[in-house]
Ligand binder design. Sequence first.
Ligand SMILES: *[C@@H]1O[C@H](CO)[C@@H](O)[C@H](O)[C@H]1NC(C)=O
Ligand SMILES: *[C@@H]1O[C@H](CO)[C@@H](O)[C@H](O)[C@H]1NC(C)=O
Ligand SMILES: *[C@@H]1O[C@H](CO)[C@@H](O)[C@H](O)[C@H]1NC(C)=O
Ligand SMILES: *[C@@H]1O[C@H](CO)[C@@H](O)[C@H](O)[C@H]1NC(C)=O
Ligand SMILES: *[C@@H]1O[C@H](CO)[C@@H](O)[C@H](O)[C@H]1NC(C)=O
Ligand SMILES: *[C@@H]1O[C@H](CO)[C@@H](O)[C@H](O)[C@H]1NC(C)=O
Length: 356
Amino acid sequence: MRSPLQGLCWLWLLTLVHALATTSGSRESQLRIGKGVNVFVRYGYLSISMRVIPTNESSETERWLFREPTRNIYKNISNLADIHEDNTPGIFHGDFHMEFCENRRQLLQAYFRDFTIERLDKPWEALSGGWFPHTAAKKLGVNASFILGDYSYVLVRVVRFRETGKLAVPIPNNQPLEPEILERVKDLQVGNITETLYFLDQIGSHYINSYTTGNSLYQVFVYNRKNYKMIKDRIKAKGLNGLSKLDLYNYFAPWFAAHLGQIRSASGNATVERWAKRKLQYEYYVVKYVTLLKLHGNSTLLRSLDSLLGNDAILSLDLKALNLFPENPEKQQWFNEVLDNNLKLWEINMPLSNQS
Ligand SMILES: *[C@@H]1O[C@H](CO)[C@@H](O)[C@H](O)[C@H]1NC(C)=O
Ligand SMILES: *[C@@H]1O[C@H](CO)[C@@H](O)[C@H](O)[C@H]1NC(C)=O
Ligand SMILES: *[C@@H]1O[C@H](CO)[C@@H](O)[C@H](O)[C@H]1NC(C)=O
Ligand SMILES: *[C@@H]1O[C@H](CO)[C@@H](O)[C@H](O)[C@H]1NC(C)=O
Ligand SMILES: *[C@@H]1O[C@H](CO)[C@@H](O)[C@H](O)[C@H]1NC(C)=O
Ligand SMILES: *[C@@H]1O[C@H](CO)[C@@H](O)[C@H](O)[C@H]1NC(C)=O
C-alpha cells in the first residue's frame, strides 16, 4: 500500500528522468571540484554511476570512475581546487581499519562512512538504498544467507589513497557563475515550486566539495551475536594492537566467525583480488583460509599492495548543497526548503532500506 507521499515521489522521479533525457547534451560526466550534480536522479542507486564497490560488468571495456552527469556552475573554479597525488615510493599510502556493525544496515553505513551529502542524514542510502539483500551480499563478498540472518559484522578494510581533490578555500560569495547559471539564479522566484524543481534538475542540488580516489581491499567477517559482543568488548578494552597475534587470528578465524567473506576490491579489479587470494592465505594445522588480517602490521605485504592498488575507485566524496544565492537570503532559504523536502521524501521512500 502506498501513501500519497510515495505517489508524489514516484511522479517526481519520472518527471526528473524525463527532463534529463531531453537535456543530457548540455552535461558531461567528470569528478571535478566545484561541479554541480543532482543527487535525486539516481538516489538509492548512485553506485551505478560512481565506482565505489564492485559492479557486475565484467565485459565492459571502458574504464570509468564517475559517470554521473555534472555541470559547470562557477567560472574558473579549477583555480581554487587543490589536487594532490600520493605516490612517494617505498611507503604504504593508506590505512588498515576495522568497523564493528551490529546489523546489515550498519554494515552498509560503515562501507560508505566517507561519503557525505550535505543536508542528508543517511548519505549511504543514496548509494545503496536501492539494493536488494542478495545484491548487497554479492557486492560485499558474503554469502547471501548471512546478509539476511540475525548476524553482526566486522568490516576489515585496507585503503590505498592515490588522488585527493578539495577546495583550497571555501567558494567566495562573489565567485563568477557561468552565464547560463547566472541567468537561472536571477530568474528563480521564491514560491515557484515547478521552476525550483526544474532548477534542481537542470543545475543540480549539490556540488563536489572534495573527493579521494584510489582503491581498497575489504573483507566482511560475520558473527553470531554472542561472539560479536565478545570480540567487540575485547578490542574496545585492549585496542587492536593490545591483542596477541594468536588472539587476533583466533577472533577472525573460521571456527570463531559464522562466515568469512571473500576479499574484494572496491573497484572489483580481478588482478588485485587474485593477488589477495594467493598472498593472504593462512594455514592453521589443517585449516586453510584467506584473511585480510595478514596485512595487519606487515610492511612487506603492504608495500607490494601499494603498487597494486591503482586509481580505480572513489574512496570518499563530499557533496555540499549548492549555495548560489548568498546575496539573497530569502531565495537561499526557499531553495534550501525545497531541497530538504525532496531529500526527506527520498529518505522516507527508499523501499528496500526501510526493511529491517
Ligand atoms: C553477473 O551477472 C551474471 C548474469 O546476470 C551472473 O550470472 C553472474 O553471476 C554475475 N556475477 C557477479 C560476480 O555478480
Ligand atoms: C580565469 O582564469 C584565467 C586564467 O587563470 C584568467 O585569464 C581569466 O581572467 C579568469 N577569468 C575570470 C572570470 O576570473
Ligand atoms: C552459502 O552458505 C550455505 C550454508 O552455509 C552453503 O550451503 C552454500 O553453499 C553457500 N553458498 C555459497 C555460494 O557459498
Ligand atoms: C513559475 O515559473 C515558470 C517558469 O519560469 C513560469 O512559466 C510560471 O508561470 C511560474 N509560475 C508562477 C505561479 O509564477
Ligand atoms: C609478512 O608476510 C610475509 C608473506 O606472507 C611473511 O613471509 C612474513 O613473515 C610476514 N612478516 C611479518 C612481520 O609478519
Ligand atoms: C587492475 O589492477 C592492475 C594492478 O594494479 C592493473 O594493472 C589493471 O590495469 C587493473 N585493471 C583494470 C581493469 O582496471
